[in-house]
Design a binder for this molecule. Structure first.
Ligand code: PEP
Length: 261
């Protein structure tokens, strides 16, 4: 597989697909087997797919021994208890799940996720050895009002409220401008770079410079085969979180196999 090895700073590119509420367990397993076969050995980047909860076990089984890892799309912060419908971090690691998406804008928008619940979930994920992929990003109205930096400088420190500096390398942040999610409108590579550099500066403000240098910051929002190379050529973009284009092996494979300028 082609190398993304020119990336400095030791931040391994993280290429993650969020399947949202798509794919049965069998479809997910077929996808993982197919993708793993196409990718072969990929040790210069991390490749992650996030099926719905019902598809986690079969995806983990299909990924075994391959370069593909599996993430959940959400997690609860308690270890167990009377929390109908919720899934504990230990239940995910028990299945062999590697990572978890936390605070996706759809969870914030439709399911009452707040910066405070994000922080609790991030802490619980880290405590259980799961890699949290923490989503942040502004709405279109916020962007138009010139409030992008204000939103990010609230979401990043609040979401990382329970994190200590030495843990920065064990988590990832996905900058996902909400107006770019599922719309076909991607932030330009330059705008994404600028916002992501700002996210990194916010990590620096709360956790220090070393943490800012080691945290991986991803871009998400209508990532496609035809814009991935330009995005990954940006110095602060350490990977991507992909929705629609992660549902087909061919398109996701091309994204994973980005060509770095
Ligand atoms: C997402 O849901 O995180 C996302 C980025 O979706 P899409 O790639 O379809 O815009």
């Amino acid at each position: 597989m082609s190398s993304g090895g020119s990336r400095a700073r030791g931040r391994v590119p993280l290429m993650a697909g969020n399947w949202k509420m798509y794919k049965t367990s069998g479809e997910g397993a077929d996808f993982v087997r197919h993708l793993a076969g196409e990718l072969g050995v990929a040790n210069d980047r991390e490749v992650v797919v996030a099926p719905p909860f019902t598809g986690l076990a079969s995806a983990v089984a299909a990924a075994r021994g391959s370069s593909v890892k599996v993430a959940a799309q959400d997690v609860f912060w308690q270890a167990e208890g009377a929390f109908t419908g919720e899934i504990a971090p230990g239940m995910l690691t028990d299945l062999g799940v590697y990572a978890v998406i936390i605070g996706h804008s759809e969870r914030r928008q439709f399911f009452g996720e707040t910066d405070e619940t994000v922080a609790k979930k991030v802490r619980a994920a880290l405590d259980n050895g799961l890699l949290p992929i923490v989503c942040v990003g502004e709405t279109e109205a916020e962007r138009e009002a010139g409030a992008m930096e204000a939103v990010l400088s609230r979401q990043v420190p609040k979401g990382l409220a329970g994190v200590v500096a030495t843990e920065a390398g064990a988590l990832a942040i996905a900058y996902e401008p909400i107006w770019a999610i599922g719309t076909g409108r991607t932030a330009t590579a330059e705008a994404a770079q600028q916002a992501i550099a700002f996210v990194r500066s916010q990590v620096g403000a709360v956790l220090g410079e070393e943490a800012a240098e080691s945290v991986r910051v991803l871009y998400g929002g209508s990532v496609k085969p035809d814009n991935i190379d330009e995005l990954m050529a940006q110095p602060d973009i350490d990977g991507v979180l992909v929705g629609g284009a992660s549902l087909k092996v061919e398109t996701f494979k091309r994204i994973v196999q980005f060509n770095e300028a």
